[in-house]
Design a protein. Structure first.
Length: 354
């Protein structure tokens, strides 16, 4: 525990130091670095559900969408309230940013609870299909909510002197004074990797706690866990809520970096991309998932020069990697069962790490 705290403090110091020189980084490379950080948060939070608890969720993009839209809506529609409470200074903007990120995460976790309680009674492919369905429902609902732009996307809101708000300039209010509150670009290197460090630290310590042992018990053998008195439903729902909360944080960071969000940013392919990071890194391996998130963020950019064949090569590389190392980069290889004459196969309990 002490070593993890020292490592966490060292990482914060390193993040703060690198943040001082980000002005000298090429904007294109800087954007890729931010996307890599957001993907690390998404992949490590999904790893808590798919890797440590042994569930199979395909709805992480939906939770990301909730965090993105809720945080963006609060930071624009309630901008005058935040300004009056915290001021219009740099400190006020940071305080507003942190508040809306937490609000977005809370909304995502509440949706995670609503989705998790009924769907986690299912297992395997059935759970994957159910969570995918919920994710698509979330995206379709967002497409039909006019006050956050619907299918046209959301970038900000006009607020008039009478308190009325509109996504576009309205002739209804004539020459009445108004102000446009856009989604502020608050996400930078420091805040992205500050949350990366906090989330990795939280998950690592969680897995060393009693709750972490409960997650592993659910993954290893749910029936045996219940026989030992473990409330498996409780642990599965807890993992789902925490994963959704962290995904909501990632969504808020994304919204306040790109400054324009569209429902298509959170479609089925986005969920598959996050799952691929978890599987490539190794189910239940935080380090492997972090490395895989960085690799799968960089790979499409490295292949950009061959635009016509980029996605084909990207898919082929993933397939080859899965064939060569199906357990992922840092995954544990499951030992083969030993055959004993006169008895059924007995598993060798010692894991083989390749």
């Amino acid at each position: 525990m002490r070593n993890s705290k020292l490592l966490f403090l060292a990482s914060l110091i390193l993040i703060f130091g690198i943040n001082l020189i980000t002005d000298y980084i090429n904007p294109y490379y800087y954007q890729i670095i931010i996307y890599a950080g957001i993907n690390i948060i998404l992949a490590t939070s999904l790893n808590l559900i798919n890797g440590y608890t042994g569930q199979f969720s395909l709805g992480h993009a939906g939770f990301m969408a909730i965090g993105a839209y809720v945080s963006a809506a609060f930071s624009t529609y309630y901008a005058p309230l935040f300004i009056s409470a915290f001021g219009d200074s740099g400190f006020g903007h940071v305080a507003m940013f942190l508040v809306v990120l937490i609000i977005g995460g809370i909304f995502a976790s509440v949706v995670g609870l609503i989705v998790g309680v009924p769907s986690l009674r299912l297992k395997g492919d059935y759970l994957a299909i159910t969570t995918l369905g919920f994710s698509e429902i979330i995206r379709v609902v967002i497409q039909n909510l006019g006050f956050i732009g619907g299918s046209q996307g959301f970038r900000g809101v006009y607020i008039y002197a009478n308190g009325k708000s509109s996504l576009e300039m309205s002739s209804e209010f004539g020459d009445m004074a108004f102000q446009f509150y856009s989604i502020q670009k608050m996400t930078d290197f420091f805040w992205t990797f500050f949350f990366v460090a906090i989330i990795i630290f939280a998950i690592s310590n969680l897995m060393r706690s009693t709750y972490g042992r409960g997650f592993v018990a659910v993954k290893d053998d749910e029936i045996a866990g219940e026989a030992m008195g473990i409330n498996t439903t409780k642990y599965k729902v807890t993992a789902f809520i925490m994963g959704a909360f962290f995904a909501g944080i990632a969504g808020g960071l994304y919204a306040h970096f790109i400054q324009y969000i569209n429902p298509e940013d959170f479609n089925f392919l986005r969920s598959v991309e996050i799952v691929a990071m978890v599987i490539l890194g190794g189910m239940g391996s935080t380090l492997g998932v972090v490395i895989a998130a960085v690799i799968l963020t960089l790979l499409p950019e490295l292949l950009r020069d061959i635009q016509e064949y980029r996605m084909i090569i990207y898919a082929l590389l993933l397939i080859i990697m899965m064939l060569v190392r199906p357990q992922g980069i840092f995954g544990v290889k499951i030992a083969k069962r030993k055959k004993i004459p006169g008895r059924k196969d007995i598993p060798d309990t010692k894991p083989i790490i390749k």
